[in-house]
Unconditional design. Structure first.
Length: 461
């Protein structure tokens, strides 16, 4: 007799071992890091933009699983679509047929970018970027791909080659031929293009690290320069796409910009199924798949699987029916304006920037001697510790989950589910104001935690 599998029983029996299991069998530094900063929480359930722990305490999610949960957790329409596709018992991934769901999702995705013609479906953002890099190099014959300093495009080898963070690249050479150019620097771009070997420039319209937006006019001017030199513009919309910035794609904030390739992932499946997509112009796909002999020259084993395609179609339906993009624009503007009003009030707060529900809060060197001495102590140990000091009490005291925007950055990035409302935004601002008051008034617990972080930073050197 075949023994059944009881997931609920397994979780009930061994769920409490979660941190020990990770320490023993997965990335052993993750539980260590979470315990150090007090983030070793146990969340029992989630819905929308909120988590609950075993005691029933409500937590506000301003992280959205690194922007994966665009519709929040467990949206009923996406859940139903996944139940429906499983119940349909489709003949999925035969590899020798043309199922309807990938075609339907591609058709729908392309409707938001009518200058593009075809889609390749993979399994993640970094796969979408890898696809764009391969397609751009093959289609143009160029060997180098330019990227912007401080960019993040993924961590697999090709994507890592266009990653602007040295800490991620260290120890993984040799990588693909590449060159970094500053975001917004058209002269630097022109100098590289004159060398005649550039396949493409890949750019995030709003960089995830630090939340830096491409300057007005840059993308259009870069596109014209690239095309003049027979090179391509690749827009990495893995984090910024699907409404995050208040437009369906972030590049659409600038009239006339029509990237040759666009990478999307993260929110496309509602956070349920790994998925990635690379959208491109017909002539690029025609070159890559130039004959029947090359029909599998680029493919993915789980690409276009029925679960991911059904989830993607459901997500796009929800976005239209519930006006998700408009909500991101309106609530994002409300949140950003309330936070920006605090800049003149708190000397430790340097800037608030971003678009839609992708907002960066930057901290800077204070003017008063009392705060400046404490700030200097933290900076001497490791840049980025003050931002971490803010993130921790937001979770511990106010039950709000946020993240520091990158290593060695004094920037907090807000990328909540796109379904949050103004009440959620106000809850964050009120909590953030309380934490800033504490910091400026010399709140003992907050600065004591800063000393703990300093000791940890020194120990890790």
């Amino acid at each position: 007799m075949t023994k059944g599998f009881d997931l609920a029983a397994l979780l009930a029996e061994r769920g409490a071992e979660r941190y020990e299991l990770h320490a023993r069998h997965l990335n052993h530094q993750l539980p260590r890091m979470l315990r150090t900063i007090g983030f070793d929480k146990v969340y029992e359930r989630a819905e929308g933009a909120h988590f609950w722990d075993a005691e029933g305490n409500d937590y506000l999610d301003m992280l959205a699983g690194f922007a994966v949960m665009g519709l929040g957790r467990h949206h009923p329409v996406v859940r139903k679509a996944l139940h429906d596709v499983l119940d349909a018992s489709l003949a999925d991934l035969t590899r020798f047929d043309c199922p309807p769901l990938p075609g339907l999702l591609a058709e729908k995705l392309l409707s938001y970018s009518p200058h593009l013609d075809r889609v390749f479906f993979g399994n993640s953002g970094t796969e979408a970027v890898e696809t764009a890099l391969k397609f751009a190099r093959y289609a143009t014959g160029g060997r180098r791909v330019l990227y912007c300093t401080h960019a993040f495009h993924g961590l697999t080898t090709g994507s890592l080659s266009v990653n602007g963070e040295d800490g991620f690249r260290e120890g993984f050479a040799p990588l693909l031929p590449d060159t970094a150019v500053p975001l917004g620097d058209l002269d630097a771009l022109a100098r590289e293009l004159k060398k005649g070997d550039v396949a493409a420039l890949i750019v995030e319209p709003v960089q995830g690290k630090g939340v830096h937006e491409a300057p007005p006019g840059y993308l259009l001017a870069a596109q014209e320069l690239l095309h003049r030199h027979k090179a391509l513009l690749i827009a990495d919309e893995v984090q910024t796409g699907l409404g995050r910035t208040g437009k369906f794609y972030a590049y659409q904030h600038e009239d006339g910009v029509e990237p040759d390739l666009v990478c999307v992932a993260k929110a496309l499946s509602g956070g349920y199924v790994p998925v990635g997509a690379t959208l491109g112009k017909d002539w690029i796909f025609q070159k890559v798949y130039s004959s029947m002999d090359r029909v599998q020259v680029h493919s993915a084993s789980f690409g276009s699987n029925a679960q991911a395609m059904a989830a993607g179609l459901a997500v796009l339906s929800v976005m239209e029916n519930e006006e998700i993009v408009a909500n991101a624009a309106a609530v994002g503007e409300h949140l950003k304006s309330r936070l920006a009003a605090l800049v003149d009030r708190y000397e430790l707060l340097a800037d608030v920037r971003g678009r839609g529900l992708m907002i960066g809060i930057e901290f800077g060197r204070p003017s008063s001697l009392r705060l400046r001495s404490r700030w200097t102590m933290l900076q001497a140990a490791r840049k980025g510790l003050f931002a971490q000091m803010v993130v921790v009490p937001l979770l511990q005291r106010h039950r709000i989950l946020t993240q520091v925007s990158g290593d060695h950055l004094e920037v907090i990035k807000l990328i909540p589910p796109l379904i949050i409302d103004t009440d959620d935004a106000d809850r964050f601002v009120d909590a953030f104001t309380d934490v800033m008051e504490d910091a400026h008034n010399g709140g003992g617990l907050m600065w004591d935690f800063g000393k703990t972080l300093v000791k940890q930073a020194v120990a890790n050197r």
